[in-house]
Design a protein around this ligand. Structure first.
Ligand code: TXA
Ligand code: MG
Length: 339
């Protein structure tokens, strides 16, 4: 349904207007510290349906429910392990989503048909205020069209959502640039990372005895196997260009590009690679934090400049680098070349 999408500002008046729109069943895009989210009242089935429709998202891919404080989680879950409280104390508010058994207040449409719900307490002041003012638990997937890179600024949201939702709140660039770390609980002191993010394995190990990295983070799911997180099934974060990840030293990377160069072929490389790089390129930061911050923005830029093929220099898998690697390997449809 075509309609006007209002651009709201990061002001008291506009934030109140956004909260009221959500409270009354509309869909509004809101900045968070990870990426922009497409927000709706999590217990309003019609509003949640409108989120799925605006994104073109498969109905079996659950939405994360955002709360103003982790103490609110008891209202929407059946039970909360002690470990979750310890993690919340350290990482909430922040870029961590905990998968917990849901209770009946969370509709099946919100949980994508699962008996669990991902709970997150975002730290971004605008999102936090909107949750408080609306009085809602807010279901929010990333505010992109399903399959495209997540938006890290209001302009990217407008590119995807103009005419599809009620409003976008402009809160500047998202700090982390990749979506939250999603974890599930394995045992009393053990968690599993279903999607890596800015809360890293090392950080989780400060609180947990064991942190399992789900194999689907780095490898394609085998046909017929069940995804621990439905999002793992889908090709993701993909620009229109064909993305290929190239793993290896810079001189080998350059050699590989020289053999595969052509019209509208681009390289996505590290800042430090750019001196004397002999082919068309775009850079995406010098370290893992910067690469996380810039990745989605650069993938969108590559589309704008008309790239047909993008060879990406494979990032480090350390720290938040694991999240960058995970998004890129999905953008590349698991096509990795070792040189
Ligand atoms: O940082 C973020 O998490 C952003 C901001 C807006 O909060 N949200 C976000 O939502 O990235 P979305 O819907 O784009 O990605 C949520 C991911 C999906 O891969 C989904 O499959 C997984 O989390 N997920 C959500 N609920 C789950 C559940 N109950 N069990 C397993 N995986 C779940
Ligand atoms: Mg998403």
């Amino acid at each position: 349904m075509e309609r006007d999408t209002v651009l709201l500002k990061d002001s008291g008046e506009d934030i109140a207007a956004a909260a009221e729109l959500i409270r009354s069943g509309n869909v509004v895009a809101v900045p968070t510290e990870t990426v922009y989210g497409l927000c709706a009242d999590a217990v309003n089935e019609a509003a949640v349906r409108a989120v799925f429709a605006a994104k073109g998202r498969p109905a079996d891919n659950p939405l994360i429910v955002h709360l103003s404080d982790f103490s609110e989680a008891v209202k929407y879950t059946k039970s909360i392990p002690e470990l979750a409280y310890r993690l919340a104390e350290r990482f909430c508010p922040g870029p961590l989503t905990m998968v917990l058994p849901k209770n009946d207040r969370i509709p099946m449409i919100t949980s994508g048909g699962l008996e669990t719900v991902g709970i997150r307490v975002p730290s971004h002041p605008v999102m936090h205020r909107i949750i408080q003012l609306s009085g809602c638990a807010i279901a929010a997937p990333s505010a992109n069209i399903s399959g495209l890179p997540s938006p890290t600024c209001a302009a990217h949201v407008m590119d995807d959502m103009k005419g599809r939702i009620a409003a976008v709140v402009d809160g500047g660039e998202s700090r982390f640039g990749v979506e939250s770390t999603v974890i599930s609980f394995e045992g009393e002191n053990s968690v599993r990372i279903l999607r890596p993010g800015a809360v890293t394995r090392k950080m989780l190990l400060e609180i947990c005895e064991e942190v399992i990295v789900d194999p689907a983070i780095l490898k394609e799911l085998e046909e017929g196997s069940i995804a621990a997180s439905p999002g793992m099934k889908y090709k993701h974060y993909s620009p229109k260009a064909d993305v290929v990840m190239v793993e290896g030293e810079l001189d080998r990377f350059i050699e590989y590009i020289s053999e595969n160069y052509g019209e509208n072929v681009y390289s996505l490389i590290f800042d430090g690679d750019a001196d004397n790089f002999p082919y068309r390129y775009v850079t995406y930061g010098a370290d893992s934090e910067e690469q996380a911050h810039f990745l989605f923005q650069r993938l969108r830029e590559l589309d704008e400049i008309g790239a047909d093929k993008v060879y990406v220099r494979a990032p480090s898998k350390d720290g938040v680098g694991l999240a960058v690697y995970n998004r890129l390997i999905r953008a590349a449809g698991f096509e990795v070349i070792r040189v």
